[in-house]
Write a protein that binds this ligand. Sequence first.
Ligand code: SF4
Length: 460
Amino acid sequence: MLLRHTTAEVTERTALTINPAKTCQPIGAMYAALGVHGCLPHSHGSQGCCSYHRSTLTRHYKEPVMAATSSFTEGSSVFGGQANLLQAFETIFTVYNPDIVAVHTTCLSETIGDDISQIISKAKADGKIPEGKHAIHANTPSYVGSHITGFANMAKSLVTNFAEGTGEDKKQINLLPGWVEPPDMRELKCLAHRMGVDVIMFPDTSDVLDAPQTGKHELYPKGGATVAQIRSAGDSIGTIGLGHSASTRAASALEEKCEVANEMLELPIGLQATDRLIEAMRVMAGVKVPDIITDERGRLLDMIADMHQYIHGKRVALWGDPDQLVSLCDFLVCLDMKPVYILTGTPSTRFEKRVRAVLGDSVPDVKIRKGSGADMFLMHQWIKQESVDLLIGNTYGKYIARDENIPFVRHGFPILDRVGHAYFPTVGYRGGMYLLEKILNAFMDRQDREALEEKFELTM
Ligand code: SF4
């Protein structure tokens, strides 16, 4: 009874958020920066902020997440952090030798108004950034937006700092993956490879946050998009941006800077969203869909058909990031399930409209909330009013799951108390099968747990 004070009656709140369905902007910027090879993220603010961002990523990925900090003191909080950042550049390049330092701001440095572009220019003029090395930045004030906004801002910064159009037509496609997990990024590259499409993907955290255990710690693991790859994105045939909240800024910046046209798609979670990605790659690159991908699709379809009786009509509550939620709803509707409560703490202009379009007439009484008022307290209140069959969201739903005895599939960020998300994809057809397996097993585990003796079945 951890949440025993939650009441079913909803009182509208304007100045209070309880257990927000989001985290802070710099976490997203840090995650995006880790998707660049040889990059050290740098948090321009206090040590506490940096510790929180690093520890949240470390707990989610079970990997040591490296990042530096400007270590603001009382003095820098009053007079600004220029001196700290200049000293940081000198120390970082001397001691840790990254190729790139990716600076993101925090609430404190944004409130002070530190001009990071000016500080980087001064650092270059003062010779604190060695020849051939780079310092870039993104503004990530956490009192607006969420971790997704921070990710989008840093992805855009990669484009504005590195992408170049040289006039050479490269037979490659840019794939902006949005905020997905390292195994998802690996799966996206695998799909492209199987179709015979050369892709430049950034950020790319595969082989960074899921690098193989070799017995030797690498400060800069082998993964991540290289500067040369991001630079060449300006010469690609086109860009496919996945997830409107996380990828639109980078895709638009690339179009504006290098005239590389983009096509924005939803995250390829589930059957139909993956179909749309495969079709977009097929058309953009002028290739054929190989049998191996058609067969994978067929296996997912077969699994859906075989298991339909366990999931049909089930009511689902979901929370998390808008890009994930839109695609999850699409998949759940395809499974004949009913997403009835959906909320995200991330502000998004298209989220609610798109979710309603995806749901169509299938869930007429759906409750949707976004932005600062969308929190886990409200989700619990909705569930107390009328319960659901399944919860899908990040770790913070475990209190509701326990209190209300509802099966719970962990999906999204952060997941601090289960494994799998850092190793197995949920995008693509194979990812769809993994996600469906988790959903089905959650229902079957409950059935086994609660079945009467005379109804307890070996075969299900
Ligand atoms: S919300 Fe602001 S103050 Fe808190 S950890 Fe994030 S950047 Fe730091």
